[in-house]
Structure formats: C-alpha cells, structure tokens
Design a protein around this ligand. Structure first.
Ligand SMILES: [Zn+2]
Ligand SMILES: [Zn+2]
Ligand SMILES: [Zn+2]
Length: 405
C-alpha cells in the first residue's frame, strides 16, 4: 500500500506560524565577518604557469617575459541560506491480524487499545516528537501513530477469510493450457468441424456460459465439467465419441474435456484472502509520515568573472550561523548581500508558513577573492583575472591565444 495516495496533511500548530512571523523582524546580535587575503604577484605568476601547462598553445617562456602591472584586489561574496523543515501527514493502513494476536498485544477490548481515546482523526500528529537521523539531510520517516490501533473486519473478503479465485473467477476449472481448450491432441483435427445434428454447437459458441478470463465456455454435467465443443462434450450429448475418433486422439492432460482444475486455487474456486490472511479480521491504524525537507537558496554578488566560474572556485567561509530561525544579515559592508539575505529569509518562511514546521535554519557567507591583473607582453598589453582561494585564471577576452602567451 502506498502511503502517498491517501495521505492527509497535518498543518502545523498556530504558535509555530507566529514564530515564523517574528523571526524576520528585529535585529541579530553583533556579528563578525572574516575577510580574505589579497593576491600577491608571485602567486599569480605561479597560477599562470600552471595554466600554461594545460594549454598547448601557451608558452611558459611567455609567462616569464610577461610584465605584471597593477593588481586590483577585491572579492565576490556568496550568501547561502538553508531551511530545514518538517511536514507531517497521516495515512490509514491495515494489516492481517487475528483477534487473538490483537488481545495478546493490546489487551481487553475489541474496540481498540486501552489508551485509545477515539479515532485517529482526533489525535494530533504534531503531538509526538520525531527526530531526523541527521540535521539538514532530507529524509522521510514513517511510523505508527500511537493509540490509533483498532480491530475491524476485513473489507476485501467481507470478513469471510477467502475470496473468489481471480484466475478461474471462482469456477475452479480453467481452460486446458495444453490443447488450448479444444480437448484434442495437437495435430488432430477438431471434431466440431463436422457439426453433429444432436450437438449443433461450435466450440466457444455459448458465450453466455463463458468466462472472459479463459474465453472457454464450460458446461457442468454431473460432477464433470467440459468445454463446449470438445470431444467429451460431444460424448455427453450423443453417448458416442465423435466419428472417427479414439482415445489416443484426445489431449492427454484433460482427456478431451478442454478444461482442467485451476492451478491457482486447486479447483476450489476460492483463495485465502491476502488482506487478512484468512482470519477475516484486520488491524487498522494510522501511519504518521514525517518528511524532513531542506530548502537551499543563495545569492552571489555580481562580478566581471562569469558566475559559473565563481561557483567552481574555492571560497572561504567568512560567516556562519545556525539557529531555530536565523535573522537576516544587516551589517555586512555590501548592501546587496544584506538586501538579499532579508529577501531570502522572507521567501523561505513564506514558502513553509502554515504548511511545514521550521526545525532549524543556517546561513553563511563565503568570500571568493578576485584580482584584476594588468599586464604587458612585448608591445601588447591587456588584463586578466585571478580568482578563488585555489588561484584560478580567467581571461575575459581570449584573442588569438598564441599571440598573448
Ligand atoms: Zn487439454
Ligand atoms: Zn482458480
Ligand atoms: Zn479478508
């Protein structure tokens, strides 16, 4: 049974929602933001040599000849906000259970567990503490809602303990698979090709008595069942075998009847109910489904180096804070970072407000050092960028590469 299809969402309690609202107003305590070290010329020259090795058309000798001029150090800042939330829902479930098992486990009444004060709809799924295995990791936990257990009769079999066999539709007999219902040995012509006046029937003509699962029309004659139009059916009507036919012409599996005992129910036409295991009773309970979700958003200050390159570079964590509800950053020296911190904090809370409960939030600032480098090589001059703690090189305009380096 899939838990998702009939799950009932449990909305978080109102005071949780109130906490959400308050967390975006007010100020955080004094915060300290770390900084990055500026690039030095030697580091940049080393990085250029490494870069030259990666490109066949760059010459390392050119790196040596290059005159490095002005270095304009700066940095890019990435703000990352993560919200770890939980959403809860319930879903009804049943399992095969005998009354004896139930009494052993829950004691006295048939109506339910001793501390069960009513149906599961009266129990609040938020009353129970459920902890994630690891914080800030998405996961789903499913458990039985305490006190929701009750005993009931099986709806699948109307408490009878067994159901009609699906394969033979409760008939107990099914088309013979060896002769495909003809009753004939393979290679022998079917007798119905000569229509007998007393039989006046073609195979499978009597569809009113047929079963769609087998598409074989069956007739019960005393204790025997025949497929309509088979040699045995012919004999039951006429008292003699079809003309020109002997026992050796009949299918040896069904002996000319065209039908065989259903292998699924062994001819009984009934099967043990799979829902209640034959006991006719089931235990019903509510499953509590707790989904721990992680929402992550970020903002990177604009810079002349393309953002996808900045994202790959090694950065330095200059600030990190974890709280039940983090307050937006407001005192960073870059206004856009403060603005976007506030925007993302509001956006995160709006998204979960009234739907999920925030367990924890964390936010961080990462600095990616950048440096605009002016250079001359022979009579050519230009500029490139060094960036990242791992000192990567970026040429904004790759002209004919070999003419530069
Ligand atoms: Zn057969
Ligand atoms: Zn059957
Ligand atoms: Zn049942």
């Amino acid at each position: 049974m899939s838990a998702a299809d009939k799950a009932v969402v449990a909305l978080p309690l109102p005071d949780d929602t109130e906490k959400h609202k308050q967390s975006v107003v007010g100020m955080a305590n004094k915060r300290y933001f770390d900084d990055v070290l500026p690039f030095r010329e030697e580091e940049i020259r080393e990085a250029l040599k490494r870069e030259a090795k990666k490109h066949r058309w760059w010459k390392e000798s050119a790196v040596k000849k290059m005159q490095i001029g002005e270095l304009e150090n700066g940095s890019c800042t990435q703000y990352v906000l993560e919200s770890y939330t939980e959403a809860r829902s319930t879903s009804e479930a049943t399992e095969a259970y005998t009354l004896g098992q139930y009494l052993d486990r829950y004691g006295y009444t048939r109506e339910g567990h001793g501390d069960n004060l009513g149906s599961s709809s009266q129990q609040n799924p938020w009353d129970y503490e459920v902890l994630p295995g690891m914080m800030f990791v998405e996961q789903t936990r499913v458990m039985e809602l305490p006190g929701s257990s009750r005993m009931g009769s099986c709806a699948s079999c109307n408490a009878e303990g067994n159901t009609h066999c699906f394969h033979c539709r409760g008939n107990g007999q099914d088309k013979c698979g060896f002769c495909r219902g003809t009753g004939m040995k393979s290679g022998v012509a079917h007798p119905a090709v000569y229509t007998h006046p007393m039989v006046a029937s073609f195979p499978h003509a009597d569809l009113s008595r047929g079963y769609s699962s087998s598409s074989t029309a069956m007739v019960r004659h005393g204790n025997n069942t025949y497929g309509v139009g088979t040699p045995m059916y012919f004999m039951s009507k006429t008292g003699v075998p079809p003309p020109g036919m002997g026992t050796h012409d009949l299918c040896y599996m069904c002996h000319g009847r065209g039908v065989r005992e259903c292998t699924y129910c062994k001819g009984g036409g009934k099967k043990v109910c799979s829902t209640c295991g034959g006991s006719g009773s089931v235990r019903t309970f509510s499953k509590l489904i707790v989904q721990f979700e992680l929402e992550k958003s970020d903002y990177i200050t604009p810079c002349e180096i393309p953002e996808h390159l900045i994202r790959q570079a090694e950065s330095k964590e200059i600030f990190m804070e974890t709280a039940n509800y983090v307050r937006p950053i407001s005192k960073f020296h870059v206004k856009e970072v403060n603005d976007n911190s506030r925007l993302l904090c509001v956006k995160h809370l709006e998204r979960v407000m009234g739907k999920s409960r925030v367990i924890q939030q964390r936010h961080a600032l990462y600095a990616i050092p950048t440096c605009r480098v002016k250079f001359t090589l022979g009579n050519h001059s230009g500029e490139f960028w060094a960036y990242g703690k791992d000192t990567r090189i970026y040429f904004p305009k790759y002209p004919a590469k070999c003419t530069i380096l």
